[in-house]
Write a protein that binds this ligand. Structure first.
Ligand code: ARG
Length: 467
């Protein structure tokens, strides 16, 4: 392998060793080799088409490219920091195999348009995979919602028991978030879907390279229309990282809910054993590490977004080497997204629901209080007065260690004549949830409608993604 970097146009001598260590990105960008092989193939075709490489040379370089791809796939290419990055490695491997004519592949091309193209291919693929994983997660949430239409539990505000809700409604809340995350990843994929290749270092290529052909070959929907922007733009990375960050906001909230609920204090759910860990010291422990890691990775994923924004801020046009720092945050978030989503999906799919415990948590905490006020309101009492009456009852019950169920008809009426024989039925848990039957409410009828609607939305997305 040549120790003289391929970029040594006017420079002589060796690089300072410490600088060489930070200059090389091969340890990070080696994973872009499939994308780089792909862009090389397409570019070679365009060069042959433009008459810049003869058909015979084209065949020789193509054969060399096949061999390099095979070796890369087999892990048989030795990476060296002297060759800096994946582009240099592939070019140098081509030269070793196809001889002198391989040098023609860099005609009109720069690593600047090359790397921008590779990274766009990577983001498109990763965003597409995230969309698929999110569809699968939303399907799983929907399935669990379908099974838990009759499981009642408290809804919390301020982590205090607030009102009864169907567990199905909770599953659907996260399915809604999935749909929004899908839209965000699909947006990032769309933003990445323009081709920089053929723009050269910064001002375009002085050769008749058919960029439309390149775009078709590489599956890009369009072209980057300005060379200065095209080689320097990493907005699409920001969009991907921001979609990932928002996803991890959601994942961390879901994880937090389930971590709490799997504690002995709540005991609403139990994580499947293969998704839990024990303690090396306390034999009784069954820890929700899978969810804690999902929650914890949010830290890095948010940091990656900030890292990318900061690299881009104030960067003069066009390409600057700072941009090499796009890959580590991108890869790290991509790995977190595709690593964590299947785990969360499996946690949801295998979660045991401790239905009785959920129901128990509705008892004894005066969770019916809003319904008492609502009942009075329906009888014509202004809500603020109704609220006060219900509050007084709760205060008295709390002082006496009693619950609403302990009140006699006479006691009810003593608080307000409107609290008649109907009140007992109106404040059963079933009646409370059934009353919330408008769009977005937790009534079984409303939840059934949403399960149907979300199912149809997911089917449409699945059809779209399978196209
Ligand atoms: N490894 C570089 C990167 O990731 C490739 C582009 C280098 N271009 C240059 N002009 N030095 O950005």
């Amino acid at each position: 392998m040549s120790a003289t970097p391929l970029w040594k146009g006017r420079l002589g001598g060796a690089l300072d060793a410490d600088f060489a260590a930070i200059n090389a990105s091969i340890d990070v960008d080696r994973r872009l080799w499939p994308q780089d092989v792909q862009t090389n193939r397409a570019y070679l075709k365009a060069l042959v088409r433009a008459g810049l490489v003869t058909a015979e040379e084209g065949r020789a370089i193509e054969r060399a490219l096949d061999a390099v791809a095979r070796d890369l796939a087999a892990g048989a290419v030795a990476f060296t920091p002297e060759l800096e990055d994946i582009h240099m490695h592939i070019e140098s491997e081509l030269a070793a195999r196809a001889g002198e004519c391989a040098g023609k592949i860099h005609t009109g091309r720069s690593r600047n348009d090359q790397v921008a193209t590779d990274v766009r291919l990577f983001v498109k693929e990763q965003a597409g995979r995230a969309v698929k994983e999110l569809i699968a997660l939303a399907r799983t949430l929907l399935g669990r919602a379908d099974e838990t239409r009759d499981v009642l539990m408290p809804a919390y505000t301020h982590l205090q028991r607030a009102q009864p809700v169907l567990l199905a409604h909770w599953f659907l809340a996260y399915a809604e978030m999935c749909l929004r995350d899908i839209a965000r990843f699909a947006f990032a994929r769309g933003q990445a879907d323009a081709l920089p290749l053929g723009l050269g270092a910064c001002t375009g290529a002085p050769f008749a390279i058919d960029r439309e052909l390149l775009a078709r070959e590489l599956g890009f929907a369009g072209l980057c229309r300005n060379s200065l922007d095209g080689v320097a733009d990493r907005d699409f990375v920001v969009d991907y990282l921001s979609a990932a960050a928002c996803l991890f906001v959601h994942i961390s909230r879901l994880a937090e809910d389930l971590i709490l609920w799997s504690s002995a204090e709540f005991a609403f759910v139990e994580l499947a054993e293969p998704l839990s860990t024990g303690s090396s010291m306390m034999p009784q422990k069954r820890n929700p590490d899978s969810l804690e890691l999902a929650r914890g990775k949010a830290g890095r994923v948010f940091g990656n977004l900030l890292a990318m924004l900061t690299v881009l801020k104030g960067l003069p046009l066009a390409y600057n080497r700072d941009l090499q720092e796009d890959k580590a945050p991108l890869f790290d978030s991509a790995d977190a997204v595709l690593g964590v989503l299947p785990v969360v999906r499996k946690v949801i799919a295998t979660l045991a629901i401790l239905k009785e415990r959920c129901a128990e948590a509705l008892q004894g905490g005066w969770i019916e209080a809003t319904a008492v006020a609502d009942y009075l309101t329906r009888k014509g009492v202004p809500f603020r007065d109704a609220y006060k009456i219900a509050g007084t009852i709760v205060r008295d019950l709390a002082a006496a260690g009693r619950t609403f169920a302990d009140l006699s008809a006479k006691e009810w009426r003593a608080y307000a004549p409107e609290l008649d024989a109907g009140i007992a039925r109106a404040i059963t848990m079933d009646a409370i949830v059934a009353a919330r039957d408008g769009i977005g409410g937790t009534a079984p009828s409303a939840v059934a409608r949403e399960i149907e609607r979300l199912g149809a939305a997911l089917a449409a997305l699945e059809a779209e993604e399978d196209k």
